[in-house]
Write a protein that binds this ligand. Structure first.
Ligand SMILES: NC(=O)c1ccc[n+]([C@@H]2O[C@H](COP(=O)([O-])OP(=O)(O)OC[C@H]3O[C@@H](n4cnc5c(N)ncnc54)[C@H](O)[C@@H]3O)[C@@H](O)[C@H]2O)c1
Length: 434
């Protein structure tokens, strides 16, 4: 991976944070007392030590994940915030304080804007858990920095946008295991009761041998950030990140990775070969960057089974977000249902899986038990990337080639605000396989 070359960002606050002290105090009125108290070190007995969180990427999910983490267990505090844009830190902080004023111990000098904000957050001795929810193109570099700094990690999916990034995440995950650090990925279905129960039944043979399946993420359109005249290429792309392959991986990677991960879970394997197609038929304007709006991909598993994977972001069409696993003696749905001789339906209670994943992470950290989902989520991310690469180029792709030989690295040469040309939209049969 190329390294972050240059720190940048809005540092107009005069205190290096991009946030004025007056603004900081304004958003912290309700919690100003709590904010003044330093993060407690050693406040909790052994086995329940304080979890002190630094958030990297303070948008919708970073804010949500920080709240989920504080909801998940006692003794969790948020101590630092890092984002490319200072105003995202401000708005996120206001939401955190609204929900958990007593647990938010963020000081102005622990708010970091800019491309190198992640380095400062990872280096903080006050933080022992890093929540990562910046666009996935940055994840491999952020993850490596956190593990090298000896921090536990919660990282949102997907964890890379290209095979070079996937290999970096796997290397960092190995280092995390060596350092006895816990890593949980935001594939919340892996922590959701209905999924856990249906998977246990599948693996115990309730539908016989698994011989096929289908998975879908078909939905309408998402938000768009319009380009303002003062925005550089880089600023606009980072704000409108879901539409640029180097930042999001395309929607097959950014969203559909959830369903592909479930199929890998059912098969207890990753596909040996992937062949897909897709295109950009409805969202064709420049505000939609260079991603496709639909994909259909076939995943071939080691036992010869073939799985159809389909995803679409188009308004006015049928929606379906689901996984169906086909066996020799029945079929199963990820949401918790089995059809066939061993018919069953999930009827239990369920903790919000977005909270449960943090509860599991915190329990593992406090018990000193190994929990590292880094390699698994990196592999599922690679499957989705292979689907995109196959659709973009028109070529079938083998797992071994993608994992070991592909040299695709979409990261820009320099991370700084300024010119950054958009790669052309892929054309199957012409776009080269790298
Ligand atoms: N598990 C889930 O169900 C789920 C749901 C939504 C999003 N996500 C994932 O969470 C991640 C974030 O998505 P979101 O919806 O919160 O997007 P968002 O746009 O709301 O937030 C992203 C934030 O990252 C910031 N950012 C951009 N570049 C950065 C950098 N280099 N360093 C630090 N911060 C940077 C942005 O300014 C923004 O505040 C994505 O990977 C997405 O796929 C997961």
């Amino acid at each position: 991976m190329k390294d972050m070359v240059k720190a940048s960002g809005n540092t107009g606050g005069g205190n290096g944070t991009g946030i004025t002290r007056r603004d900081f105090i304004k958003t912290s009125a309700a919690a100003s007392l709590a904010a003044a108290i330093p993060a407690g070190l050693g406040l909790y007995a052994a086995g329940s030590e304080a979890i002190r969180v630094a958030v990297i990427g303070c948008g919708g999910r970073g804010t949500g994940a920080a709240i989920d983490c504080m909801d998940a267990a006692p003794g969790v505090e948020v101590v630092a915030m890092a984002d490319l844009f200072a105003e995202r830190i401000q708005s996120s902080l206001a939401k955190l304080r609204e929900k958990h004023a007593d647990k938010v111990k963020v000081r102005l000098e622990r708010c970091f804007p800019g491309f190198d904000a992640y380095k400062k957050a990872c280096a903080l001795p006050e933080a022992n858990l890093i929540i990562m929810a910046a666009p996935p193109g940055f994840r491999p570099i952020h993850f490596r920095a956190a593990i090298e700094a000896g921090k536990h990690v919660f990282m949102e999916k997907p964890v890379a946008v290209d095979p070079v990034g996937v290999r970096s995440v796997i290397t960092s995950s190995v280092l995390a295991t060596e350092k006895r650090l816990a890593v949980v990925a935001g594939t919340q279905r892996r922590h959701q009761a209905r999924y856990l129960e249906v998977m246990k039944r599948i693996h115990d043979g309730a539908i016989g041998e698994v011989v096929g399946g289908q998975c879908y993420w078909n939905q309408g359109e998402l938000w768009v950030v319009k380009r303002e005249p003062q925005m550089s290429d880089m600023e606009w792309q980072c704000r409108n990140w879901i539409y640029f392959t180097w930042l999001s991986g395309d929607h097959i990677v950014e969203q559909h990775v959830h369903n592909i991960d479930v199929m890998n879970w059912a098969f207890r394997a990753t596909p040996v070969k992937v062949m897909g197609m897709g295109g950009r038929q409805v969202r064709t304007g420049p505000e939609y960057g260079n991603i496709f709006d639909h994909f259909a991909v076939e995943l071939e598993y080691p036992n010869g089974a073939r799985v159809l994977s389909m995803c679409r972001q188009t308004a006015g069409c049928s929606d379906r977000i689901e996984e169906r696993v086909v066996g020799t003696k029945g079929s199963a749905f990820g949401y918790g249902e089995i059809l066939g001789p061993n018919a069953w339906k999930f009827e239990g209670d369920e903790v919000n899986p977005y909270v449960q994943e943090h509860a599991d992470l915190i329990a593992a950290i406090r018990a000193g038990k190994p929990l590292n989902e880094g390699r698994r989520v990196a592999e599922s991310t690679l499957c989705a990337i292979m689907g995109r690469m196959s659709a973009y180029t028109g070529q079938a792709i083998s797992w071994d080639w993608a994992m070991k030989a592909s040299k695709l690295d979409l990261s820009p040469v320099r991370y700084e605000f300024g010119p950054h040309a958009v790669d052309p939209v892929a054309v199957p049969g012409k776009t080269p396989l790298i």
